[in-house]
Structures are given as structure tokens and as C-alpha cells.
Design a protein around this ligand. Structure first.
Ligand SMILES: C[S@@+](CC[C@H](N)C(=O)[O-])C[C@H]1O[C@@H](n2cnc3c(N)ncnc32)[C@H](O)[C@@H]1O
Length: 183
């Protein structure tokens, strides 16, 4: 068995990715639109998308707010290229990076959003990301998280412990970092 890097995993599945997400992921026929409806409505709003991928949530958001300014961060250059091609005329800044590694800035965003990305990581990693995110939001800024959740914190811990055990027993390395690139 081979462990794929996260960016390689998504690059290898790019073909049909949007269709798969919309058709096969439970709730996707409504949660992208619902997520977008919670984001700020005024034109000129600044929104940060963590793990934006090909931008399924942004398709819905730009329909509601065509004048929004969005910064998207994602590990996968292949996914970001698809997103860039979808919205050549939008105010879109794309960064190929891990959201754990790049600075998010200070009081820059009216809102942040993340859809189906953060479930890959345990609570300890997310806690430090959330501190960075809090600083990046303006006063009264907010974060919309649409994701899978374990049934309890204990269950989540147990799943991640099991994953760590499986990785160790099979000799898998865990993470690697990549250089941040503006696209
Ligand atoms: C299932 S896709 C979701 C993409 C998009 N939000 C959507 O709902 O279609 C998860 C995305 O998170 C990205 N991702 C995972 N870990 C990341 C990290 N540490 N930093 C940035 N992006 C990450 C992946 O590259 C992938 O594009």
C-alpha cells in the first residue's frame, strides 16, 4: 500500500472531482449554497477560504456576491488551476500553501470559510490554526466551517490514534511542507 501526499491525492482525482463532490457527498446538493449564504453579502467583502480546492463553495458565493474579494489557500496547484480558470474576472487571490504554515495576516478578513478540508487534522493542529485565524479576522469577523465531524471529541481522538497506529505500523511518514506560491 502507498501513502499519497495530499496534493498528489487531489491532483490524481481532479478529473470528475466537482461532479463527484456534488453527486456523491451527502448533503452537497444543499450545503455549498447554504455555506455561501452565511458569508458576507456586501460587495467588497474580504473572505478567506481555507482549502478552497476547485472552489465549489465559491461558485455559490460569487453568484450571491459577485463583488467579493476572496483569498483562497490550498495545497494542490492542480485544484487551484481549475478554480482560477473558472473565475478569470473575479477578485481572487490564490496561494498554494498549507494553511498551517503561512501567515494569515492581521484584521484583514470580514469572514473565513472552510469546506470539507479540516477533518484531515486533529484538534491540537486546528487549535493553533484557529488562533491565527482569529487574528486574521476583522472585529466582528466570523468563520463558517462546513465539514465532517466525529460523533464526540473522544471518538475523534480514538480515530486519530488509530490512524497514527496504522501509519506507524506500516512505516508511513506523516507530513511534509511545501513552499508557498502565489498563483
Ligand atoms: C475535499 S477538498 C475540498 C475542496 C473545496 N473546499 C470543496 O469543498 O470542494 C479538500 C481540499 O483541502 C486541501 N487541503 C488539505 N489540507 C490542506 C492544508 N494543510 N493546507 C491547504 N489546503 C489543504 C486539499 O488540497 C483539497 O483541495
Amino acid at each position: 500500500m502507498k501513502l499519497e501526499r495530499m496534493d498528489d491525492f487531489f491532483a490524481a482525482r481532479l478529473d470528475g472531482y466537482d461532479e463527484h463532490m456534488k453527486r456523491d457527498i451527502e448533503g452537497a446538493s444543499s450545503f455549498y449554497a447554504y455555506t455561501a449564504s452565511l458569508l458576507p453579502a456586501p460587495a467588497g467583502s474580504q473572505v478567506l477560504d481555507l482549502g478552497c480546492g476547485t472552489g465549489l463553495e465559491l461558485e455559490e458565493y460569487f453568484t450571491l456576491n459577485p463583488g467579493a474579494f476572496v483569498t483562497g489557500i490550498d495545497l494542490s496547484e492542480a485544484m487551484l488551476n481549475v478554480l482560477k480558470a473558472k473565475f478569470p474576472k473575479k477578485n481572487l487571490t490564490l496561494l498554494r500553501a498549507s494553511y498551517f504554515d503561512v501567515p494569515l495576516g492581521n484584521a484583514l478578513y470580514d469572514a473565513a470559510v472552510s469546506v470539507e478540508s479540516l477533518h484531515h487534522f486533529p484538534a491540537e493542529m486546528k487549535a493553533s490554526l484557529y488562533e491565527k485565524l482569529l487574528a486574521a479576522l476583522k472585529e466582528n469577523g466570523f468563520f463558517v466551517l462546513t465539514d465532517y465531524f466525529a460523533e464526540s471529541e473522544e471518538a475523534e481522538k480514538a480515530y486519530f490514534q488509530n490512524l497514527a497506529f496504522l501509519k506507524k505500523s506500516r512505516g508511513f511518514q506523516t507530513m511534509c511542507s511545501i513552499t508557498a506560491i502565489h498563483l
